[in-house]
Ligand binder design. Structure first.
Ligand SMILES: NC(=O)c1ccc[n+]([C@@H]2O[C@H](COP(=O)([O-])OP(=O)(O)OC[C@H]3O[C@@H](n4cnc5c(N)ncnc54)[C@H](OP(=O)(O)O)[C@@H]3O)[C@@H](O)[C@H]2O)c1
Length: 243
């Protein structure tokens, strides 16, 4: 039987890398998308190819702010692998800015990378692949109106709305679901203590790491009647605080 292929955006590091390694372990081929992290992407291709010689791994560069590069991504992966069974929209930018301080450039970068690029990748996946799964990484912040990451939060709210709209249009052959992480991994300039302080305010009281996100992906892939749904992998953060 032909092996299944996943295209994961922003796959060379952090959560995208963990999802890539997990799917590789489960027997998938993986198209590892990257933008600036070429070395990490190529190193990941090399290590996974050595560990799983019967599976295929390849790296694909695309700047998701560039419409032409976005337009080439699904066709390039499709012609290299012969099919794509799963698209994971994981790549994102995460820039703090209150509404009153937000520049047009910051607004555009959050909306383009986090919402517009996934929109067109889903369109291209649907027209080229005909069946399979889409999983969008949103954020537990979509349940709040806190504006310290105003444009980022709105881009993820829009991505969640897109998840439901796409699920309706693309059913029954393509299922579209979302995962909302919370306090998972620290930003690259912050350490574990920063995460512990944040986690003290959430019901489960500790940072999640990547495992709850991996378990959510497994659940989505296994449950073949699930579409248009959001799984919170956030230790209960979406429930708010009890005091
Ligand atoms: N980390 C958390 O605790 C957390 C919490 C809530 C939600 N999430 C969501 O979970 C997902 C993964 O989080 P993360 O922290 O692992 O992400 P991340 O490290 O911030 O970003 C993942 C990748 O996105 C890619 N990217 C950024 N701008 C790009 C562009 N213009 N074109 C193409 N790729 C671009 C980068 O690829 P290159 O390095 O190759 O440039 C980067 O490695 C994101 O969607 C995030 O919003 C994460």
């Amino acid at each position: 039987m032909m092996k299944q292929t996943a295209l994961i955006t922003g796959a060379s590091k952090r959560i995208g890398k963990a999802l890539t390694e997990h799917l590789a372990e489960k027997g998938w081929n993986v198209a590892i998308h990257y933008n600036s992290s070429e070395k990490s992407a190529l190193d990941l291709v090399a290590s996974l190819s050595a560990m799983y010689p019967d599976q295929k791994f390849a790296a694909f560069k695309a700047n998701l702010e560039d419409v032409l590069e976005v337009a080439q991504l699904v066709p390039n992966v499709f012609s290299a692998f012969g099919n794509i069974d799963l698209l994971v929209n994981n790549a994102s930018v995460f820039d703090a800015s209150y509404l009153k301080e937000t520049t047009v450039e910051l607004f555009d970068s959050q909306m383009v990378v986090n919402f517009k690029a996934p929109f067109f990748l889903i369109r291209d996946f649907a027209s080229q692949c005909k069946k399979g799964n889409v999983v969008n990484l949103v954020d537990t912040r979509i349940t709040s109106n806190k504006s310290n990451f105003a444009a980022y939060s709105l881009s993820k709210k829009a991505l969640w709305e897109l998840t439901k709209m796409a699920a309706l249009e693309l059913a029954p052959n393509i299922r579209v679901n979302a995962i909302a992480p919370g306090v998972s991994l620290p930003p690259e300039d912050k350490d574990e203590n920063y995460m512990k302080k944040l986690a003290a305010c959430i019901p489960m009281k500790k940072p999640a790491g990547v495992q709850p996100i991996i378990e959510s992906l497994n659940y989505i892939l296994q449950n073949n009647h699930l579409t248009g749904q959001l799984l919170f992998a956030d230790g209960g953060e979406n429930l708010g605080q009890n005091e």
